[in-house]
Design a protein around this ligand. Structure first.
Ligand code: FAD
Length: 457
């Protein structure tokens, strides 16, 4: 009997999983292995919200494998050591893994190679598993990645995607391979109350329902904060409970303007992944240095705290930040305006905001988070780096009725009309009855400071 190890990472699914398929094709039996990586925990990535969602994903994966005669093997520790142990226990000749994009993934792959080669075990890395199109598959002439989205999108759109792979019918796992107990969601403390249920069946169900009921309106409604009309698939994509390639394929099958707009957003995800794959340092350093001299965290401590807690006095910013704390998720328009407020209006380093987002987001993802933060801060790939989003204009445009603010800022729930976005305009008596803070900054002052800092005044 030949044995292969299928090392699951951010591809926690049975459908359209080239790693699983290759492992099954390569050997008589497979060890479906997930390592609770001490490196991920040490780096602070194993936050309560993501750990809870991950527990659901692993439970669902184990159930799916069991329905097919297999089971999931879970171990904890340093990945290369744990995989090497599993190889020694089972005599596996190959280990299959999805290619990653971060510096951490590259080092992990290197450690695995070093640990496995002396044992005569081959590491096989599979492409286009975490993204629809593999980073580096399309490149501009003379460069290793695209720094501008539109030409990337054009080339990306012309790439041929595989037809989605079905889930395997039968899986054989060698006997006697020990596993830890699966982590349980209810054992995780301090999980935000609105974190959704994870796992492949939940992700597929969400996609199918949204494709049927929401996709056609997506182009018109994706920026409507109160309408909440986006797919909410990001956590499932982050953990690979659904396949980006399959989503693109199924959206194109449906067709129409909504489907096209959705595919374009999935392409943004691939875009950021290909930037990070080519520039690992973009996770922590400015992709484009704008010579910012951000306010120190000490100097800006009160502003940072108000931003994190959703008490800046700008209702739409506060609504977005409170949604994050409550759901571990935030609407994209909320992310844009909250990030612009921190980096430009308050002139605080994007890394401070990115860290806070990563602490709370269920979909918190180094490629998407860090590069979107850089995009908004103007240190990334945005072609308009000095654009500042005015929270009042944003609120009037994307939350015209104030429904988003009223939902997330209960102090303002009873405020009628547009004053919900500018409570300081209310008559003094009404204003003072609200337990809602005054703005932490005058927008004109924030704008002037930012322009001065960027040498634009
Ligand atoms: P939909 O609108 O339904 O879009 C479908 C999918 O396309 C999303 O699930 C996502 O995978 C992808 N997508 C959509 N917009 C973007 C985008 N701008 N960049 C990259 N991919 C996108 N997304 C994350 O997945 N993880 C993060 O950590 C993250 N951090 C962000 C931080 C900031 C400051 C900003 C401005 C954006 C961030 N995003 C992040 C991107 C985007 O906000 C979310 O992907 C989106 O809001 C998720 O909601 P949805 O699944 O309903 O998206």
């Amino acid at each position: 009997m030949t044995v292969a190890i299928v090392l699951f990472t951010s591809d926690l699914r049975l459908h359209d999983n080239p790693v699983l398929r290759a492992g099954l094709d390569a050997a008589d039996e497979i060890v479906p292995l997930f390592v609770r990586d001490s490196g991920v925990a040490d780096a602070g990535f194993a936050t309560p919200n993501r750990t809870a969602f991950l527990a659901d994903c692993l439970t669902a994966l184990d159930e799916g494998l069991r329905e097919r005669g297999g089971r999931l093997v879970v171990r904890s520790g340093e990945v290369a050591e744990e995989v090497a142990k599993a190889v020694a226990e089972t005599g596996a000749g190959e280990v299959h893994l999805a290619s990653g994009v971060s510096g951490y993934a590259a080092r992990r792959e290197e450690r695995l190679r070093r640990a496995l080669e002396p044992e005569g075990c081959r590491l096989r890395v599979h492409e286009a598993v975490l993204t629809a199109v593999e980073p580096g598959a399309v490149t501009p002439s003379g460069g290793d990645h695209f720094a501008v989205f539109t030409p990337y999108f054009r080339r990306w759109s012309a790439e041929r995607l595989r037809s989605p792979l079905g889930a395997p019918r039968k899986i054989r796992v060698p006997g006697g391979v020990g596993s830890e107990e699966l982590p349980r969601r209810d054992a995780v403390k301090e999980v935000a109350p609105g974190v959704p249920a994870g796992g492949e069946p939940a992700g597929r169900e969400l996609f199918l329902t949204w494709r049927r009921d929401g996709m056609d309106d997506y182009e018109d409604r994706h920026d409507d904060l109160a309408g909440d009309a986006t797919s909410r698939l990001s956590p499932y994509l982050h953990f690979g409970a659904v396949s980006a390639a399959e989503l693109v394929h199924r959206a194109r099958e449906r067709g129409g303007a909504g489907a096209e707009a959705f595919v374009r957003q999935v392409c943004w995800r691939d875009f950021h992944h290909q930037v990070l794959a080519a520039r690992h340092t973009a996770a922590t350093e400015d992709y484009r240095d704008r010579h910012d001299r951000w306010r120190s965290e000490e100097e800006a401590a009160d502003d940072i705290r108000a931003w994190q807690e959703g008490t800046t006095g700008y209702p739409v910013v506060d609504a977005a930040m409170r949604q994050l704390l409550h759901e571990g998720w935030m609407h994209n328009r909320g992310r844009l305006l909250a990030a612009s407020f921190l980096t430009k209006t308050l002139y605080v380093d994007w890394r401070v905001g990115a860290r806070h987002f990563l602490r709370h987001l269920v979909d918190g993802d180094v490629a998407n988070n860090q590069l979107n933060w850089q995009w908004v801060a103007g240190t990334g790939t945005d072609t308009r780096p000095n654009r500042v989003l005015n929270p009042l204009a944003q609120a009037q445009r994307y939350d015209p009725e104030g429904g988003y603010v009223r939902r997330w800022v209960p102090e303002l729930a009873e405020v009628r009309g547009r004053a919900v976005h500018e409570p300081w305009r209310l008559p003094a008596e009404e204003r003072s009855a609200l337990e809602y803070p005054e703005p932490v900054i005058d927008l004109a002052d924030g704008l002037a400071r930012f322009k001065h800092a960027r040498g634009r005044d």
